[in-house]
Design a protein around this ligand. Structure first.
Ligand code: SF4
Length: 342
């Protein structure tokens, strides 16, 4: 299997910008971004991130707000905060030197088995298997693994198999080859089995179980939440706040928010004690959208309000200032909507 994957890779390798380098900083950035998004979108984020923070020292010396702004739209903002933390550790405690061993990389905040395996194998040829969603799929099919890949048992089994088939040399190239093979050949839907170099030994193909591999047992239950955002305006200013609680979008900026258990009318929302701070002159429901996260669905209502005065204990800014702050994806959509209608 291993040799065939390597031969396939020589012909079909994807040209990705981080593959031009074995610099652990670049590989680290690319791997963390790719845990958040698809390749196409990931390339844009990667290029933008490296332009802003070309090396670990530059990242370490950046503000949290700038890093979050560069990360805006990718989600899981803790990943960006952890990257900044780790960049500081490397730049200031390790004299700018990235650890060159899997076991040392694992000690860094935000670097788990997957990222440590990727960096150590790609940059230092350490014999570590990188197991992403593509690799889970290829191995589950080729070896017809019946264990569910969302259980520890299933994960361990795939990792063991992946480790056992690693080549002696060029481990990083091979890891990338297997990921590309899953992304391009052994795809989730309509895998190209008829023209597959592994077909004659692929157990799932032989047993006709390709369409049910990999096995997943857990059904994701999506919790529904209702977010009512208030775009509270006075002249050209409006109110923003920084999210502090341990919830989604921590440390990003937003409008004042009231979360409710169901969709509410403005007459019901305005009874909230928060509105004691304002004399509302006018209001309208501006925009509604549904934002899906991995375990929750946010139904978001943007309300536009005109108030007589914004009390001084609220942070008030202008539109152009707001665009410089890191804010969640739905705000990007809301701002685009405002740009369109104004
Ligand atoms: S034969 Fe089909 S299922 Fe098996 S490895 Fe190839 S593409 Fe994947």
């Amino acid at each position: 299997m291993t040799n065939k994957i390597v031969s396939w890779y020589k012909v079909n390798k994807r040209n990705l910008p981080w593959r031009l380098s074995r610099d652990p900083y670049k590989i680290w950035v690319s791997e963390i971004i790719l845990q958040q998004t698809q390749i196409k979108n990931g390339i844009n984020y990667y290029n933008k991130f490296l332009k802003l923070f070309p090396d670990v020292k530059k990242l370490a010396n950046s503000s949290e707000e700038n890093v979050l702004k560069a990360w805006q739209g990718l989600g899981y903002y803790n990943r960006a905060i952890n990257m900044l933390h780790t960049a500081k550790k490397i730049a200031f405690d390790l004299d700018g030197n990235f650890p060159d061993k899997y076991s040392e990389l694992l000690k860094l905040k935000g670097i788990g088995d997957y990222t440590a395996s990727a960096i150590s194998s790609i940059c230092y040829n350490e014999k570590k298997a990188v197991v992403d969603g593509n690799v889970y799929r290829v191995i589950s099919r080729y070896f017809d693994v019946e264990e569910s890949i969302d259980t520890a048992k299933g994960k361990n089994k795939i990792k063991k198999i992946a480790t056992s088939i690693l080549p002696k040399d060029k481990v990083g190239d091979y890891n990338q080859a297997l990921m590309d093979f899953g992304a391009l050949q052994c795809t989730k839907y309509n895998p190209k089995c008829l023209e597959c170099p592994l077909a004659n030994k692929c157990v799932a193909k032989e047993k006709n179980t390709v369409h049910v591999r990999p096995v997943k047992s857990k059904i994701k239950v999506s919790k529904i939440r209702y977010f009512n955002y208030f775009h509270i305006k006075n002249n050209c200013y409006f109110i923003v706040q920084k999210r502090k609680s341990n919830d989604v979008w921590k440390k990003l900026y937003e409008f004042p928010l009231i979360e409710s258990k169901k969709s509410l009318k403005f007459e019901e929302l305005v009874k909230n004690s928060f509105f004691k701070n304002f004399k509302v002159l006018d209001f309208k429901k501006k925009f509604v959208l549904v934002h899906k996260l991995s375990h929750q669905q946010l139904k978001i209502f943007f309300w536009e309000l005109y108030v007589e005065k914004i009390p001084s204990d609220f942070k008030k800014i202008t539109f152009n200032q707001f665009k410089k702050y890191p804010f969640p994806k739905p705000f990007e959509i809301y701002l685009e909507y405002l740009d369109k209608i104004n």
